[in-house]
Design a protein around this ligand. Structure first.
Ligand SMILES: C[S@@+](CC[C@H](N)C(=O)[O-])C[C@H]1O[C@@H](n2cnc3c(N)ncnc32)[C@H](O)[C@@H]1O
Length: 397
């Protein structure tokens, strides 16, 4: 990992978000998660029908003189986030209707490129006590790349796997942070008015970061992002202005056991799985031109050509294309359809591909590439080895 040494990795820093970020090196952070002040503009106490006081957000850190002051503050911290983000890094910001639209407009002005807005639907929202508006049951997350066309990370397969093999949608139903997860003070009261649920951060970090990445949270609060980052074996840098919250975050993070490499290795997405084109196998001598290929039931056959295509009668093309045409099918996974003969057995090309990938990984050489001469099979030919080209064509496998 190319992390600059000056980064205060895995630290909770007491201080002002902008001032501290100014000390971080440019282009060093993989992902920013920001849960900034909401600028709720609460006026007076809000009471429940039983006259108890609602425990809302009415703290110094959430007070701004007017929208202009809030916008200046927003522009300052977002600009710093953009400076410290890597080119391929992404930013997550969470907010409510009070601030998210202002933040969205400012981050676009600064050059961020919005990838999604995600609705966090609270399954157990606080009711609307006065009954004069809809129950405010969601918050909005903006997910943005540092710039348009950046090669940001999205762990698509991991998200699908988290969602019972269905594509993850942009509306997430997750309960508020309650129960044992909610930090409380000595009097049993909420330690922080807006502690976010770990489940929300789990999904955010799992979707857009990799183990070892650096996650920066400029408004750390009770340390939710840091705790989840540590559990998922990501590095964290948290900034928080309030000493009591810093202390709470430090204690919380210390209690987290970092996940092991195998616990946090997510399902790889397409493009991350090592891939090899069929032509690469021909080129490296793993399968020789002239080798006869057959389908599993040996009804059709084709012959391997030197350019990585195969020929069946007058048809010539990729293993996928010819496989589809000989079956009169709209598509075909040539890797599993075509088989070659080795030591009397018919083996799927997919098996050969896996062997080659495994041997590549181990630095081994296959000793008996299919379709070579008897001498070659006995090991007298050492196949030409060179890095397999990265495919850009079709891979149905
Ligand atoms: C919405 S809360 C974040 C809550 C956090 N996500 C959690 O789960 O606990 C915002 C936090 O930002 C802190 N804060 C406000 N302004 C700040 C600033 N300029 N620099 C650093 N922290 C600040 C507040 O003290 C507050 O704890």
């Amino acid at each position: 990992m190319d992390t600059p040494h000056e980064l205060p990795l895995d630290q909770v820093i007491l201080g002002d978000a902008v001032r501290i970020m100014e000390m971080l090196p440019a282009g060093s952070i993989h992902c920013v998660f920001a849960d900034p002040p909401y600028n709720l503009q609460l006026r007076g106490e809000l009471r429940r029908p039983d006259d108890s006081v609602v425990d809302g957000v009415d703290e110094d850190w959430d007070r701004f003189t007017d929208f202009a002051a809030y916008d200046d503050f927003t522009r300052a911290w977002l600009a710093e986030c953009r400076r410290v983000l890597r080119k391929d890094g992404t930013l997550w910001v969470i907010g409510s209707y009070h601030n998210i639209f202002r933040i969205g407009a400012i981050l676009q002005e600064l050059g961020f490129w919005i990838l999604n807005d995600v609705i966090w639907r609270k399954s157990n929202p606080m009711p609307n006590f006065r009954g004069r508006r809809f129950t405010n049951a969601h918050e909005t997350l903006i997910w943005a790349a540092r710039e348009k066309n950046s090669r940001y990370r999205f762990n698509y397969q991991a998200m699908k796997s988290l969602n019972d093999d269905l594509q993850m949608r942009s509306d997430w139903t997750i309960p508020l942070c309650t129960g044992a997860e909610r930090l409380r003070n000595a009097h049993g009261l909420k330690l922080h008015p807006t502690q976010k649920p770990e489940a929300l951060l789990h999904r955010i970090l799992l979707s857009s970061t990799a183990p070892g990445d650096v996650v920066l949270d400029p408004f750390l609060g009770t340390g939710t992002s840091a705790a989840v980052a540590r559990r998922l074996s990501r590095h964290y840098i948290g900034i928080e202005r309030h000493p009591a919250y810093v202390e709470a975050a430090l204690g919380r993070v210390r209690r987290v056991r970092p996940g092991t490499a195998s616990e946090v290795a997510v399902t790889p997405s397409r493009g991350e799985t090592p891939r090899v084109p069929f032509g690469g196998l021909v080129e490296s001598g793993s399968i020789a031109p002239g080798t006869v290929l057959r389908d599993r039931l040996r009804r059709v056959q084709a012959v391997v050509v030197a350019d990585g295509s195969i020929r069946a009668g007058s048809l010539q093309g990729s293993i996928h294309k010819v496989g589809a045409e000989v079956q009169n099918a709209p598509s075909c996974n040539g890797w599993t359809f075509w088989h070659f003969e080795r030591d009397g057995a018919w083996i799927a090309l997919d098996v050969l591909r896996t062997e080659v990938l495994t041997n590549e990984g181990n630095g081994h050489e296959r000793s008996n590439p299919p379709g070579n001469t008897a001498a070659e099979r006995s090991g007298t030919r050492t196949g030409r080895r060179q890095p397999l080209p990265v495919p850009d064509g079709h891979d149905a496998g």
